[in-house]
Design a protein around this ligand. Structure first.
Ligand SMILES: [Ca+2]
Ligand SMILES: [Ca+2]
Length: 177
């Protein structure tokens, strides 16, 4: 029966040749503010438009245990959560604040970042090697104002982000109301 032979050959051909490669891993990153605390450290405050200093980012560890930042990354690109690896020597004390200088001069030391912040707003993220992390998007910030989370590491973003004149680098942002 010629028709049966033809059908069998067709099936074998389909089984033995698979011209389509596996689909590439998705590059999509969830840009929605996270409502849970996936990390024991947060981007607590940042200064994107200072007139008398360089940009900076304050990280805060609200837990009772110190935290090494080895395996952590900062990013200003929603499509690339692992853009800027933090120096493996960085550490945030229990309940502590760590100030990172966003001056584009990583050659100056471990607390200097290889990028600066856009005063017109952008997306900023902090991620761990395993993909856990948070991402927040901020808008235009006035000269010498910072964006700060109040209270520290608050999770109801972006509602709990406030602009504060001069900010509170390396100390608590205080509570709100
Ligand atoms: Ca800036
Ligand atoms: Ca602060």
């Amino acid at each position: 029966m010629p028709q049966r032979h033809f059908s069998l050959g067709f099936l074998l051909l389909c089984a033995c040749s698979s011209p389509w490669p596996d689909p590439p891993p998705s590059q999509t990153v969830d840009t929605a503010p996270k409502t849970a605390a996936p990390l024991n450290v947060c981007i607590n405050e940042f200064s994107a438009n200072p007139t008398a200093s360089t940009d900076w980012i304050e990280l805060h560890n609200p837990t009772s245990s110190g935290l090494s930042l080895a395996g952590y990354f900062l990013t200003d690109d929603a499509d690339d959560p692992y853009k800027y690896p933090l120096d493996t020597s960085l550490f945030v004390d229990a309940g502590g604040y760590l100030l990172l200088t966003a001056d584009g001069r990583a050659d100056l030391g471990p607390a200097h970042l290889p990028f600066s912040l856009n005063a017109d707003g952008e997306t900023l993220g902090l991620f761990r090697f395993d993909g856990a992390g948070e991402q927040l998007t901020f808008g235009v910030v006035a000269s010498d104002y910072t964006w700060s989370r109040q209270p520290d590491c608050c999770q109801d973003l972006p509602d709990c982000l406030s602009q504060t004149l001069d900010g509170t680098p390396e100390s608590t942002n205080g509570g709100r109301r």
